[in-house]
Design a protein around this ligand. Structure first.
Ligand code: ADP
Length: 396
């Protein structure tokens, strides 16, 4: 079967066409600047060079149309016709409390996703646009919605409730949802496989450290806690997001700087994190070189990032009454050995011991702890698209 995986943002559309037989990626690409001047598709067919196709895409339907045309193009394509796409898997950011697993998309599901728009006003409407565009162009193809929040729906109330009046949960569903669920699920189950241990009898802490970063406690195959909350702003210090702060800071800064709540929220989302701390940038490659050139703020930003991660690891080892494995994933988790070593250097009390040589890896599945390490530490590259394709296949 050939599964088209779509991740639709407000002005972008990422896709992969995956062959479920051998789980290979036949082609992938990114439509950028949808609805703006200068829109283009960056397309890669397996084994070929990147291709940049400049084309006007006033709406997402045009983007899906261009993706289909390119996938079926006689020179650059990988399929003969649209009929060769057996199903489409859509990444949906917020499923609220309605969706604890992936579902086949029908009108009722679309309505339910719409009802979650309030909880993810930037993401869900864009995700829905992708669904509608595909529906318009391939009305007979089965489609599946895979939610970022679904994996964390197993969290107990004591973990997902905030200490605020209960009526806000009842009236508005204000609670912790957590995100990156597809990644936390993929990586935790892969960790069990790599260790040769049963997934339903393992305590794993997954550190998804990218530009957006979150951490989860996965006990016996279920997410029992995670660092992101009602929105992806909570938790770890991220590239540009503050992560957890004292909520009183919002009013304090608003008063001092004469800003609205919306403006302060914008600062917390886009100008904070390691960017805000360092004044240099959000990409850790830039921060690492600045630190090597003795930039103290860059060093402090990196240290604060690692320290905050260590705090959560300690908390999650505590709530699970122990931890068997810690898995690092996403851009930093997979590629930055310095960060991994720094974080693990705090964890000797848990019985964590890293092998520096094994830790010297980039993007490869590896156990990086020494054989005698009580807690196993791994690098496990995430693959959200593959997970979406697998879930899609299962449902159709
Ligand atoms: P996003 O949340 O946007 O998907 P990523 O998972 O791509 O973010 O992570 C971005 C971070 O990962 C950056 O800070 C970058 O420094 C780091 N990173 C990504 N790829 C590499 C690489 N090949 N080598 C070193 N660092 C990398």
């Amino acid at each position: 079967m050939k599964i088209l995986v779509i991740n639709c943002g407000s002005s972008s559309l990422k896709f992969q066409l995956i062959d479920s037989e051998d789980e290979s990626v036949l082609a992938k690409g990114l439509c950028e600047r949808i609805g703006m001047e200068g829109s283009r598709l960056v397309y890669t067919k397996a084994g070929s060079d990147k291709l940049v196709i400049e084309s006007a895409m006033p709406a997402h339907t045009n983007a899906v149309q261009l993706v289909i045309e390119t996938l079926t193009d006689k020179d650059n394509g990988v399929i003969k016709s649209l009929n060769d796409v057996d199903a489409v898997g859509h990444r949906i950011v917020h499923g609220g409390e309605k969706f604890s697993k992936s579902v086949l998309i029908d009108d009722e599901v679309i309505k339910a996703i719409e009802e979650c728009n309030d909880l993810a006003p930037l993401h869900n409407p864009a995700n829905l646009t992708g669904i509608r565009a595909c529906k318009e162009l391939m009305p007979d193809t089965k489609m599946v919605a895979v939610f970022d929040t679904a994996f964390h729906q197993t969290m107990p109330a004591k973990a997902f409730l905030y200490g605020i009046p209960y009526e806000y949960y009842e009236k508005y569903k204000v609670r912790r949802y957590g995100f990156h669920g597809t990644s936390h699920s993929f990586v935790s189950s892969r960790t069990a496989k790599l260790l040769g241990r049963p997934y339903d009898k393992l305590k794993t802490i997954v550190c998804h450290l990218g530009n957006g970063a979150s951490i989860s406690a996965v006990k016996d195959g279920k997410s029992v806690d995670t660092s992101m909350g009602l929105t992806p702003l909570e938790g770890l210090i991220m590239g540009t997001r503050s992560g957890s702060i004292d909520p009183a800071i919002i009013e304090f800064i608003a008063n001092k700087e004469n800003k609205s709540i919306k403006e302060v929220m914008d600062i917390l989302n886009k100008q904070s994190g390691v960017l805000g701390l360092s004044g240099i940038g959000s990409d850790f490659r830039d921060l690492m070189s600045a630190m090597e050139n003795n930039d103290e703020r860059a060093r402090t930003a990196i240290e604060a990032f690692c320290y905050q991660t260590v705090r959560y690891i300690g908390a999650y080892a505590a709530v699970m009454n122990g931890v068997d494995a810690i898995a690092f994933t996403a851009g930093l988790g997979e590629n930055n050995s310095y960060i991994r070593e720094k974080i693990c250097s705090y964890l000797s009390y848990l019985g964590v011991e890293i092998d520096s040589e094994k830790n010297n890896v980039n993007g490869t599945e590896t156990i990086i702890s020494v054989d005698s390490s009580k807690v196993k530490v791994l690098v496990v590259p995430t693959n959200e698209e593959l997970k979406i394709a697998r879930e899609t296949l299962e449902l159709i």
